[in-house]
Design a protein around this ligand. Structure first.
Ligand code: ZN
Length: 331
């Protein structure tokens, strides 16, 4: 079975070392002494060669669509950010060229320079063969509904390739108000993988709906991971409570807008209750297999894919068919 995974991450340590340490710390990334389950993956993240391929082979994963795990160019203003994003994209393109059947790419953009970011996106698609862009949460405290990012939304729509809304570390005021002052590493974990990442990415998605950004870009395609970042569970509630105002401010209901624009992946979520909610709320054509490697296990994701209570044809849609069509992976 052809299996494509599209929330799979890498980094390039020599590029990260070019980002100012205080900018990284301000954004909430932990220092080198911090020990946490997801900060122990540095070697796996940095490998774009044999070890990664061996891990994919062991679970029968055909191809990874790769994206940069932070810190990234969204922390670096001006020409330096533009150059840093280009360096990441060139490194990824090189890995893809070495293993074209196994590695594909999502663009990494200089988000603080949105016009240049739009141009970089087009360059990565047309010249490097990439398949869309992945954005790690807020940029300087702003989500993509901010007018500054309009060039990026417009370019992704024109290219007819998706923006993957990936979680980022919550901004400092949010961390302070919602997550700080808990024992041990609970503040960090709650702000990120245990809750904050997912709540924030759902909010990011909803802001694109409620701001009218998706009405202004009717062809824009959005991917979110983690089995829909709790939106499958919340969709009825959101739709009901926004229905009256949506008639004034939006062209469609919130539910319809989300179902028209959003695809979801299984990244990091390998249990049945959230899958059944996702399948019920979004339907099988909108669910794409992903792992979130190296933060999640290829092996566990594969066992989960094989266990899904769907027909053989629907399993193939989730494993590769939906991704092949959305990302134009065959072309
Ligand atoms: Zn991820």
């Amino acid at each position: 079975m052809r299996i494509v995974a599209l929330e799979e991450h890498f980094t390039v340590p020599r590029i990260v070392s070019g980002i100012a340490r205080d900018a990284i710390a301000r954004r909430g990334f932990p220092g080198p002494g911090f020990v946490w389950s997801q900060t122990t993956k540095r070697n796996e993240l940095a490998d774009l060669g044999d070890a990664r391929l061996a891990d994919m082979d062991a679970s029968g994963i055909t191809a990874q669509v790769l994206s940069v795990a932070g810190p990234g160019a969204d922390l670096v203003p001006g020409q330096a950010g533009i150059d840093l994003a280009r360096a990441y994209n060139d490194a990824l393109a090189e890995a893809c060229a070495r293993h074209p059947a196994r590695y594909r790419g999502f663009a990494h953009l200089p988000m603080l320079a949105p016009k240049a970011a739009a141009d970089e996106l087009e360059h990565t698609v047309k010249d490097l063969g990439f398949h869309g862009v992945l954005v790690n949460g807020a940029t300087d405290g702003h989500f993509l509904d901010d007018a500054a990012f309009e060039p990026i939304l417009a370019r992704a729509e024109k290219l007819d390739l998706p923006i993957y809304l990936h979680p980022g570390i919550p901004t400092q005021p949010v961390r302070n108000a919602y997550y700080d002052r808990l024992p041990g590493n609970f503040s960090f974990t709650l702000a990120l993988a245990a809750w904050g990442w997912h709540a924030e990415t759902a909010i990011h998605t909803l802001r694109l709906v409620l701001s009218g950004a998706l009405d202004r870009h009717p062809g824009l395609k959005i991917v979110i991971g983690h089995m829909g970042e709790a939106l499958p569970f919340m969709l009825d509630r959101i739709d009901e409570t926004t229905a009256a105002e949506a008639k004034t401010h939006l062209r469609r209901s919130v539910r319809q807008t989300i179902l028209d624009h959003v695809w979801i992946t299984t990244s990091g979520f390998f249990t049945m209750v959230p899958f059944l909610a996702a399948l019920t709320a979004f339907g099988v054509d909108r669910i794409l297999f992903s792992v979130d490697y190296p933060f999640a296990s290829n092996a566990r994701a594969r066992v989960f894919l094989d266990s899904l209570p769907v027909s053989p044809a629907d399993r193939l849609k989730i494993a590769h068919g939906n991704a092949d069509r959305l990302l134009r992976l065959a072309s």
